[in-house]
Design a binder for this molecule. Sequence first.
Ligand SMILES: Nc1ncnc2c1ncn2[C@@H]1O[C@H](COP(=O)(O)OP(=O)(O)OP(=O)(O)O)[C@@H](O)[C@H]1O
Ligand SMILES: [Mg+2]
Length: 346
Amino acid sequence: MEVPTPRAIYDELNRYVIGQHRAKQTVATAAYNHYKRIAVKGAPGGDLLRKSNILLIGPTGCGKTHIARQLARILDVPFAVCDATEYTEAGYYGKDVEVMVAELLFKTDQDVAAASRGIIFVDEVDKIARRSHGARTGAGARDIGGEGVQQGLLKLLEGREVFVPQNVTQHWNKHDFVQVDTTDILFICAGTFSDLAEVDPGRGIGFGGEDVTRKHRRVPQKALLEYGFTPEFLGRLPVLMHMHMLEEDDLLRILTEPPDSIIKEYKVLLGLDDVNLDFTEDGLRAIVQQATRRKLGARGLRSIVEEVMREIMFNAPERKGSTQVIDAALVHTRMDSMEEELPAQQ
Ligand SMILES: Nc1ncnc2c1ncn2[C@@H]1O[C@H](COP(=O)(O)OP(=O)(O)OP(=O)(O)O)[C@@H](O)[C@H]1O
Ligand SMILES: [Mg+2]
């Protein structure tokens, strides 16, 4: 495998991931080191190289999943997204952690060689923190799962031969297992850690507050230990990165700039009906402001554009040859009418 340089990875990430400069640099470098390490395996000193699994911390809709998915695409390796909350300690009802590898295997059509150098994205990892200081969440409800799942994940993170169930989708086939070595699988864990500030309010390290800015807040290892991660677990995620909440200007660029941006997509879609779409600058701003109000980061953009476009889409086939202008007034009208409709639907 020809490993692209960190700069080459960064430049390609840059086309699709807006803002998050440090995260793009860090992820590009970690991935480069990871795949370089695989390439020199067996060479003198090769065993000294540590595996560079990554922990991403950042608010909802800032691009955690997005950056990981784009990384896998650039490196042309298989990619699976797993939700940490669906897994349980072996023996409990729920998925065993090996199923994460099975998900990756599924993406490769059961190609073990390809899967064993893929990327597994473990989302909502903050939800498997030990919840023994129950006051924080109310009940310490997930205590059974949390630490046990961390424990189970250790062997995957550091690299071990594991027995992976094949055909995770077919329950009657449960007894077919295949052996996979996870040494070369890159794990990217992510979470919002939205209640982190409450653990240690004195340091102001949370993301939920109003004062979240581009400034990079470093969460000290100690805060993550207090949050409920074991030292062993954190030790296997040596690359820790914060992603900041996206600002209005970032959101504006996300709407229009990436090759697969939402606005480009809608223009193509309506172009098929021979309808021309024209978003004014203030129209785009209005969409972004709606998204900012919802505090969902870039995650909120799509549903807003969908709502704004709903009637235009419906009428498009009868408006061939026309140009539809989306300006701030139209966005506000659509948003207001949506808010009026909402209570009636309940
Ligand atoms: N920095 C970004 N640049 C371009 N697009 C982005 C960026 N961040 C998010 N997006 C867009 O928003 C969508 C949602 O982002 P993503 O799923 O990565 O959020 P997240 O940080 O994983 O949030 P959550 O914690 O809710 O899972 C992505 O599919 C992508 O289209
Ligand atoms: Mg996500």
